[in-house]
Write a protein of this length. Structure first.
Length: 91
């Protein structure tokens, strides 16, 4: 749960939640440096929020939505609502 307290990590989770497909690390809209983004991806992966895998040289990210919805019903919906409230409506 602590992994989603940070607004950058919550934004990553929200972008994955809304995305129609998995997203490579470089395609996220984040207000932090690349090295800082790497730290946030590591925290989310270690917390079990995301899964990462390689396609060629791109590291792809997917939200572990089914696992999280089973274990914490409503958590992702609340996080996406919170992220939208912090940043305004999704584009």
């Amino acid at each position: 749960m602590e992994a989603l307290v940070d607004p950058v990590r919550r934004s990553i989770a929200a972008q994955l939640y809304r995305a129609p497909e998995d997203i490579s690390c470089g395609k996220f809209d984040l207000p932090v440096a690349r090295s800082t983004a790497t730290h946030h991806f590591n925290v989310l992966r270690e917390a079990g929020i995301i899964r990462q895998y390689y396609v060629g040289t791109s590291r792809m990210n997917t939200l572990r939505r089914d696992d999280l919805d089973t274990r914490f019903p409503g958590l992702l919906d609340a996080c996406v609502r919170e992220d939208t409230a912090d940043t305004g409506p999704a584009a």
